[in-house]
Design a protein around this ligand. Structure first.
Ligand SMILES: Nc1nc2c(ncn2[C@@H]2O[C@H](COP(=O)(O)OP(=O)(O)OP(=O)(O)O)[C@@H](O)[C@H]2O)c(=O)[nH]1
Ligand SMILES: [Mg+2]
Length: 253
């Protein structure tokens, strides 16, 4: 089994972080990297105390709230440099069940490059605690992104997922621009474009019981534009390739 790292981005999660950490560390499979954006509630302090007691816990504290996407990219960079083979994304609010962790790691061990924990596999909805509006937003967001990008994934926006080292090494992090939810869509699309192996496994998502959501209008707006931006990027690179081929032909002819 490869070495696995769970990356936990945190912003104002002092109530839920200790529960998530205890759950992950009660299992043998993975180390943890907490990336806190200097939460005013002192989440970083809690993480640092855990790191002082347990060598499996690592902490990165950033200057301020810099967004989920850049937190994960910083975590990927750190994890690759430290020699981890499987890098798992997990929310720190207990929406994602740490008991599922072994299934993600197993799939990457079997050769998957990206394993997505899907809430919508087989036409079912596996979400507990959401009102109709929130469910509609998530479900519609998925259908919207998948139709524009031509993906057959059931849950492109899910934040419970695992990447193989190979997958992350092939991605140019400097080209990933999204900060919020859109980050998940952009990463999934990028892996699909490279032709690597993407696998979905069913998960049950539970709405947070404590703390508050960081979702904002700006995060939703970013996710609305992203699929179009990605399509445009694809069209541009196809055009560039076609023009390049044309020039080679002309030079030869
Ligand atoms: N480091 C860091 N973590 C963040 C940031 N924004 C959100 N997070 C964390 O990312 C995870 C997901 O954020 P949530 O607020 O739970 O967003 P959500 O899951 O879309 O919203 P809910 O469904 O209402 O929980 C949580 O662990 C947050 O603490 C950020 O800017 N920086
Ligand atoms: Mg959440």
């Amino acid at each position: 089994m490869g070495k696995a790292l769970v990356i936990l981005p945190t912003y104002m999660e002092k109530e839920t972080l200790p529960v998530v950490l205890a759950e992950i560390l009660s299992r043998p499979q993975a180390d943890v990297l907490v990336i806190d954006d200097n939460s005013p509630d002192g989440t970083a302090q809690i993480a640092l105390e855990w790191a002082g007691r347990d060598r499996r816990v690592h902490v990165m504290v950033r200057a301020g709230k810099l967004g989920l996407g850049t937190a994960y990219l910083a975590g990927f960079r750190w994890g690759l440099a430290e020699g981890y083979d499987c890098l798992v994304e997990m929310d720190s609010d207990m929406s994602h069940n740490p008991a599922d962790l072994s299934r993600f790691i197993e799939e990457t061990d079997k050769g998957a490059d990206l394993v997505i924990g899907s809430r919508y596999m087989g036409g079912k909805i596996s979400v507990l605690g959401w009102d109709f509006k929130r469910l509609l937003l998530s479900k519609f967001g998925n259908i919207y992104a998948s139709s524009i990008l031509g993906s057959s994934l059931s849950d492109m926006t899910s934040g419970y997922r695992a990447f193989s080292r190979r997958a992350l090494e092939r991605i140019d992090f400097d080209k990933i621009r999204s900060g919020g939810y859109a980050f998940q869509i952009e990463m999934a699309h990028t892996v699909l474009l490279t032709g690597m192996r993407v696998r979905e496994i069913p998960i049950i998502f539970t709405e947070r019981a404590k703390g508050s959501s960081k979702m904002s209008g700006q995060i939703i707006r970013e996710a609305v534009w992203l699929p179009w931006r990605l399509r445009l990027r694809q069209v541009k690179s196809s055009l560039r390739r076609a023009l390049g081929l044309q020039k080679i032909k002309e030079a030869k002819g």
